[in-house]
Design a protein around this ligand. Structure first.
Ligand code: TRP
Length: 334
């Protein structure tokens, strides 16, 4: 029997190259050999976008189309909407007894995100909501509802996975062996840097190249990329290791040796080098955008994919809740 894989994405924006080279690569590798549940985590997205439901609603479709466009195969992967699986909310309530408030406050991912969202949660997190603080519990419900054994994620998610494992162990020790402890799977490219040199490419950091970006947008973004500050003139010798353009040539595996040696010898101007990168990115994105266009023109197909995946996900989650309620002695026949 195939093992279950589960992962989730918050529908708050389009996928970018950081996703593409990060966690998404693993989706394509895993989809053949596992029973794969891919959650569009709209309920989780609402924990820090509760005041912007239109954004979340719009992006559930957007992100689904992005995923289909990069080659996630709907015949192999169950796409589903978190909000349409009430069992996840139910499990969240049961698990909330198994985690302390202080443990959630110490969760590094929660702490980082809270600090990034001062306008929502206050300068010192004094206005943090119950829902946001508790989203790791809900994520544990996501994972265990589908008996997820392997969870492909980015590095930033590791504290959430640890939190999930703790909840599983606590549940099993009190109510008997019921839930499976998940393992994480990190991608080979752990984190993709931004063109601005930031350690992370992120939509909120304003340094991301989205899979849906047009050629002109990509050109505009790449032209602003950070290069070796000591290179002033076109034929100055430079150090590619401090240049974001070179970093991206490496990421895309685009003439790496040539770029490196010409840059070091002062035989390559930055503008030409950037143009080569623009072309390489466009070449990568062209087939993705073509595939995406098909789904944009066939929205009913996207709806069908979400609906069928969600129905399968509902069945799986119902089974888990049955087991959980039995173990907790709240399974009544009335
Ligand atoms: N927290 C994840 C993110 O922000 C999304 C997510 C929701 C998730 N549920 C999940 C990831 C379950 C892995 C497993 O990207």
């Amino acid at each position: 029997m195939k093992k279950n894989v589960l992962t989730g994405l918050r529908p708050t924006g389009n996928l970018h190259l950081g996703h593409y080279f990060g966690a998404c690569g693993n989706y394509l590798k895993l989809q053949d050999d596992y029973n794969f549940f891919l959650e569009i985590a709209d309920v989780q997205a609402l924990t820090d976008n509760f005041n912007n439901p239109e954004k979340v609603r719009k992006n559930t479709k957007e992100i689904t189309m992005d995923l289909l466009a990069i080659g996630v195969d709907p015949n192999k992967v169950n796409f589903f909407l978190q909000s349409q699986i009430p069992e996840i909310a139910e499990l969240t309530v049961y698990y909330s007894n198994l985690v302390t408030v202080s443990r959630l406050q110490r969760n590094p991912t929660v702490k980082t995100e809270m600090a990034q969202k001062k306008e929502l949660f206050g300068n010192n997190g004094e206005s943090i909501t119950y829902g946001f603080l508790g989203y790791p519990v809900s994520q544990a419900a996501d994972i265990t509802a589908f008996s997820g054994e392997l969870i492909p994620v980015g590095e930033d998610q590791l504290p959430l996975l640890e939190q999930c494992r703790e909840i599983v162990r606590k549940f099993n020790s009190i109510y008997g062996e019921t839930l499976i402890e998940p393992e994480h799977l990190l991608s080979d490219t752990k984190r993709v840097k931004g063109l601005d040199g930031n350690e992370k490419m992120g939509k909120s950091l304003g340094n991301a190249i989205f899979l849906v970006d047009s050629e002109d947008t990509i050109k505009e973004k790449v032209m602003k990329a950070v290069t070796d500050p000591n290179k002033i003139k076109k034929d100055d010798k430079a150090n590619p290791d401090v240049c974001m353009v070179y970093y991206y040539h490496k990421l895309l595996n685009n003439n790496v040796e040539k770029v490196c040696s010409e840059c070091k010898k002062g035989e390559r101007g930055c503008v030409a080098c950037k143009m080569e990168l623009v072309n390489a990115i466009n070449k990568l994105l062209k087939p993705i955008q073509e595939k995406r266009k098909y789904y944009e023109e066939h929205p009913e197909e996207v709806d069908r994919i979400l609906k069928e995946g969600t129905l399968k996900a509902q069945e799986e989650a119902k089974e888990t809740v049955k087991k959980v309620k039995k173990a907790m002695m709240i399974d009544y026949d009335i």
